[in-house]
Design a protein around this ligand. Structure first.
Ligand SMILES: *[C@@H]1O[C@H](CO)[C@@H](O)[C@H](O)[C@H]1NC(C)=O
Ligand SMILES: *[C@@H]1O[C@H](CO)[C@@H](O)[C@H](O)[C@H]1NC(C)=O
Ligand SMILES: *[C@@H]1O[C@H](CO)[C@@H](O)[C@H](O)[C@H]1NC(C)=O
Ligand SMILES: *[C@@H]1O[C@H](CO)[C@@H](O)[C@H](O)[C@H]1NC(C)=O
Ligand SMILES: *[C@@H]1O[C@H](CO)[C@@H](O)[C@H](O)[C@H]1NC(C)=O
Ligand SMILES: *[C@@H]1O[C@H](CO)[C@@H](O)[C@H](O)[C@H]1NC(C)=O
Length: 403
C-alpha cells in the first residue's frame, strides 16, 4: 500500500511526456581537442557533395566527440564563406514580459536596440509549454498544446532585395558593415529571444522543448537558426528551396539540364540572405568545402523535419530531396536516422500546408515535445520516384558509425 502510493506519487510528479520511451540523447559532447582548420584553406574543386566526415585538414571523423569538432568547423566555414559572422551573446541582454509580448533589449559597444516577440500560449493547461518560434510567421499547423513565439525578422535584417544589405536593427547594433547576412542576423535574434526567456520562467515556455519554423525565404532562415542554435530541439524549415534544403551543386546541375530552378548565381543577385563574400563562390560552387547537406547536418542529433513542395521547380525538388537524403547520413552516423525526416508533397500553393503532411508533422511534434515513440522514419517525395537524384553521382564517401 505504502509502496504503491509512493509509486503513484512518483508517476504523478513526472511530466506527462516522460512516461513513455527513454528520450534519445539529443546533445553532443562539447568540442575539445579539435584539429585546427587550416587558416589558408586551399579551396579545391569538389563536384561531389563534400564529405561531412572528413575534417578540413583531411583527418577522418570517427567518434561522436570528433563530430562535435567537425560540426563546429562546418559552422565556421559556413560563416566565413557563405553566411557571415554570427556574433556571440552581447554584453547586455535583458527584457520584459508585457502581457504576451516579450520585449528584448540588447546593448553592445554603447549601442542599444529593442525588438519584440509575440508569445501565444495554449488556451488550456498551465504549462510550462513547448513552443515553436516562427521566423516572421508560422504557416504549419501547431498542436493546441504547443505555444508559439513570432518575431518580425525583417525588422532585425531587411530582405527586400539586394539594396537591403546592412539594414535593420542588427546592423544598428553592430554597424552596417557587419559581415552577417540577413539569415545570420535572424539567427542571432532568435538566440537573444531564448536568452531573455531563460530569465523569465513566468513566460510559461519550456526551454527544453523549443522548435523553429519559417516558410520559403524564412524557411531558409529557420534552417540556419536550427543549425547554429543548439537550444532549439526541433527544426522545421518549410519549402525553403535553394539556399535552404537544396544543395548548391545539385541545383546547378538541374539548371544545366534546363530546369529553371534557383541557383547560387541567381540568389546572390536577388537578395541579402547570404554574405557579400558568398558572391565570390556563387558562380563556382564546386569550390565550397561544404554544401547544404552539411548545414542541415549541424542540427544533428537534434530533430529536423524538412517540408518540401514538389510543385515548384524553382524550389529545386530534386536538389532538395537529394540534399536532405544525403544530410540524413549524419543522423545515420550518430545512430538516430529517424530523428531527421524529409517529406515533399506537391499540388498545393507555396507555403499553404497540405493535409497530406499533417500526420508526419504531428509525429515529429509528439516525439520531440511529448516524448512519444512515434514513427518519424520518413524520406519521402511524391515526385516520380527519386526525382532523378542518383546518389552515386553525388556521394563518394562512406558513413562511419560515430560512438
Ligand atoms: C513592443 O511591445 C511594447 C509592449 O507592448 C510596445 O510598447 C512597443 O511599442 C512594441 N514595439 C514595437 C516595435 O512593436
Ligand atoms: C479547453 O478546455 C475546454 C474544457 O475542457 C474544452 O471544451 C476546449 O475544447 C479546450 N480547448 C482546446 C483548444 O483544447
Ligand atoms: C563600411 O564600408 C564602407 C565601404 O567599404 C566604408 O566606406 C566605410 O568606412 C565602412 N564603415 C565602417 C564603420 O567601417
Ligand atoms: C571553378 O574553379 C575551378 C578551380 O579553380 C576551375 O578549374 C574552374 O574553371 C572554375 N569554373 C568556373 C566556371 O569558373
Ligand atoms: C490536385 O488538386 C486538385 C484540386 O484539389 C485535384 O483535383 C487533383 O486531383 C489533385 N492532383 C493530384 C495529383 O493530387
Ligand atoms: C514508418 O513509416 C514509414 C512510412 O512513412 C514506413 O515505411 C515504415 O515501415 C514505418 N516504420 C514502422 C516501424 O512502422
Amino acid at each position: 500500500m505504502v509502496f504503491k502510493s509512493i509509486i503513484v506519487a512518483l508517476v504523478l510528479s513526472l511530466p506527462a511526456w516522460s512516461t513513455s520511451v527513454p528520450t534519445p540523447d539529443f546533445s553532443l559532447p562539447p568540442p575539445s581537442l579539435c584539429p585546427q582548420t587550416p587558416s589558408n584553406l586551399h579551396l579545391t574543386t569538389d563536384t561531389f557533395l563534400p564529405n561531412p566526415f572528413k575534417f578540413a585538414d583531411g583527418l577522418p571523423v570517427n567518434t561522436r566527440a570528433a563530430w562535435s569538432c567537425r560540426r563546429d568547423e562546418i559552422g565556421k566555414l559556413f560563416q566565413e564563406l557563405e553566411l557571415g559572422t554570427l556574433p556571440p551573446k552581447p554584453e547586455i541582454v535583458k527584457g520584459t514580459l508585457v502581457g504576451e509580448t516579450l520585449v528584448v533589449d540588447v546593448t553592445h559597444a554603447g549601442n542599444s536596440i529593442s525588438f519584440n516577440a509575440s508569445i501565444t500560449l495554449p488556451v488550456n493547461g498551465t504549462g510550462p509549454f513547448p513552443a515553436v518560434i516562427g521566423v516572421g510567421g508560422i504557416s504549419i499547423p501547431i498542436p493546441n498544446n504547443v505555444a508559439t513565439i513570432v518575431f518580425d525578422n525583417d525588422q532585425i535584417a531587411q530582405q527586400n532585395d539586394a539594396t537591403s544589405r546592412g539594414l535593420g536593427d542588427f546592423y544598428n547594433l553592430y554597424g552596417s558593415n557587419a559581415t552577417a547576412s540577413s539569415m545570420t542576423a535572424w539567427t542571432w535574434a532568435i538566440s537573444r529571444i531564448i536568452d531573455v526567456l531563460e530569465t523569465k520562467p513566468e513566460s510559461k515556455i519550456d526551454l527544453s522543448r523549443l522548435g523553429v519554423t519559417g516558410c520559403s525565404r524564412n524557411g531558409k532562415g529557420a534552417l540556419v537558426a536550427g543549425a547554429f542554435e543548439e537550444r532549439i530541439l526541433l527544426t522545421i524549415p518549410q519549402e525553403s528551396g535553394s539556399g535552404g534544403e537544396g544543395c548548391w551543386r545539385i541545383s546547378d546541375a538541374m539548371f544545366a539540364d534546363g530546369i529553371v530552378t534557383q541557383t547560387a548565381s541567381e540568389i546572390v543577385m536577388e537578395n541579402v540572405w547570404f554574405s557579400l563574400n558568398f558572391a565570390n563562390y556563387a558562380n563556382n560552387v564546386t569550390l565550397l568545402p561544404f554544401d547544404h547537406h552539411m548545414l542541415a547536418g549541424m542540427v544533428a542529433p537534434r530533430g529536423l523535419f524538412v517540408i518540401d513542395n514538389t510543385a515548384y521547380v524553382w524550389l529545386g525538388p530534386e536538389s532538395n530531396f537529394g540534399c536532405m537524403k544525403t544530410a540524413n547520413k549524419v543522423w545515420q552516423a550518430l545512430g538516430v536516422p529517424d530523428l531527421m525526416g524529409f517529406s515533399g508533397v506537391g499540388n498545393h500553393t507555396h507555403c499553404v500546408f497540405p493535409d497530406a503532411q499533417e500526420d508526419t508533422l504531428n509525429a515529429f511534434f509528439d516525439k520531440f515535445f511529448f516524448g512519444k515513440n512515434t514513427n518519424t522514419s520518413i524520406i519521402y517525395t511524391d515526385g516520380a520516384d527519386d526525382l532523378g537524384f542518383v546518389e552515386a553521382d553525388w556521394v563518394n564517401w562512406n558513413v562511419p558509425r560515430l560512438l
